[in-house]
Design a protein around this ligand. Structure first.
Ligand code: ADP
Length: 440
């Protein structure tokens, strides 16, 4: 019920109640006709006073409500205005381009950044469509996106290539529908970010990666071919040196024999280096496909292959129980463990028999395998160097080797998606750790 109807109803109810009550009261008292006239006058005035008081309170309440509502509406309007002003300030100062178009594709609005991007003034774009701003093929593409938004009524993001006054640009644009009063789209709004630099950087990175992959492949191919082909002339050198010794050995003096010995040794050493190089180049290229491999079996094969060195050094290989099954190339994993255990035996301390411990623990999504020894140890300044090809810390006379074993280890670990590193205290021992991704 509206306020006027409420007042009328209250007035009518009061009147009726008053008449009924006062008539009954006067009747009950039993007045004379003169007294009745006076009572009627009093009754009338009392009714006026009563209704005036009630109506005054009612109207005052209504007026207050109306004033409060008007004040609230004004406050809301002011807040909306403030928010709209704020939004328009943000839109104008935004480094992203913001625009709105009607359903026919005509621009209704472009913020400062959008105008800067297309290199036009507001007068030149408002009321125009994309065909006036971009080359035909690009405009078609942009308008097709708009149609998708209008048809689907959803928000989507597009990567666009456009040519503006400033040149070719890569843009990332999020577009959405502008809803009409009935909720159906009556236009499209969009927010565009210039991603030209990012796209150029990604492209450069992709190209560099491709070049790197190509040069890696070339290098691997080179190492493989070179080590293959180098062995042939090397065999010839060894063969002729041996023939020289056989045929003319008796007529040569002791010094000549010594020289021949050096030549043979050099050839043998070069052959070993070439073979190691060949093996290095084979990791990842020639390996068997990955399959589940029990690590305990890998360590046992390595132990078998190293049994002579183990016996000769009176070494002790301690293998933890419960080694996991890992995903990998069995041959490469054997080579990895064999190189690490072999080094632990080779670089043993002169004062004590070697003890080598192989263990494994779960570490995040990886297995971390550790090979610990009680050997001569390595200074921290060499922790990186020793993983590089042909890098050694000792002379050949002291410890035999070509300096490629750990480089092969690192390549194998990388091929399996892991990492290799070490902890060591010179004079006390080293622990080589490597990770392998867990298959489960
Ligand atoms: P090589 O053993 O043929 O020299 P590696 O690549 O296997 O080649 O090792 C590189 C160098 O790292 C070795 O010359 C040695 O100085 C050092 N090294 C490797 N393993 C150990 C170890 N367990 N203890 C001490 N030094 C080691």
């Amino acid at each position: 019920m509206g306020a006027p109807a409420r007042i009328a109803a209250i007035y009518a109810a009061l009147g009726c109640a008053w008449i009924a009550w006062s008539d009954a009261a006067i009747g009950a008292i039993g007045l004379t006709s003169k007294q009745m006239v006076i009572a009627g006058t009093v009754k009338g005035w009392a009714f006026v006073a009563l209704t005036t008081a009630v109506l005054y309170r009612l109207v005052r309440g209504l007026v207050r409500d109306a004033q409060a509502m008007a004040a609230e509406a004004q406050r809301e309007h002011a807040e909306k205005l403030k928010a709209a002003n704020l939004l328009s300030t943000i839109a104008e100062t935004s480094t992203d381009a913001i625009f709105a178009k009607d359903a026919a594709g005509r621009y209704l609005l472009m913020n400062r950044q959008a105008l800067r991007m297309v290199g036009r003034s507001a007068d030149e774009v408002i009321g125009r469509d994309d065909r006036d701003l971009f080359p035909p093929a690009e405009a078609e593409q942009i308008m097709a996106e708009d149609r998708t938004i209008l048809d689907s009524g959803s928000v989507r993001t597009f990567e666009e290539r456009v040519t503006t006054a400033g040149g070719a640009m890569a843009l990332l644009t999020t577009k959405g529908p502008i809803p009409g009063e009935d909720g159906r789209p009556i236009g499209v709004f969009g927010i565009t970010r210039d991603i030209s630099q990012r796209v150029a950087a990604e492209q450069a990175l992709r190209e560099r990666n491709e070049q790197l992959a190509q040069s890696n492949a070339d290098l691997e191919q080179f190492a493989y071919v070179a080590s293959h082909d180098l062995r042939e002339p090397l065999r010839m050198v060894s063969g002729y040196v041996a023939m020289l010794e056989r045929r003319y050995g008796q007529s040569l003096d002791e010094e000549a024999h010594e020289f021949i010995g050096f030549a043979r040794e050099g050839a043998q050493r070069l052959d070993r280096m070439v073979l190691d190089l060949l093996e290095f180049s084979r990791v990842g290229r020639m390996s068997e496909p990955f399959a589940p491999v029990p690590l305990a079996e890998v360590v046992e094969t390595a132990r078998l292959n190293l049994s002579a060195v183990l016996a000769e050094s009176r070494g002790n290989l301690v293998v933890a129980t419960g080694l996991p099954v890992v995903q990998g190339a069995r041959g490469e994993l054997v080579r990895l463990l064999q190189n690490l255990i072999g080094n632990a035996l080779k670089y043993r301390h002169a004062d004590r028999p070697p003890v080598v411990a192989v263990s494994c623990r779960a570490e995040g999504g990886n297995w971390q395998v550790s090979v610990a020894d009680n050997g001569i140890g390595i200074g921290p300044q060499y922790f990186d160097k020793i993983f590089h090809i042909f890098q050694r810390l000792h002379t050949r006379e002291r410890y035999d080797g070509t300096g490629i074993g750990l480089a092969i280890c690192r390549r194998i670990v990388k091929h399996h998606g892991g990492q290799i590193w070490l902890d060591s205290v010179p004079g006390e021992g080293s622990v080589f750790h490597f990770t392998l991704p867990r298959a489960d």
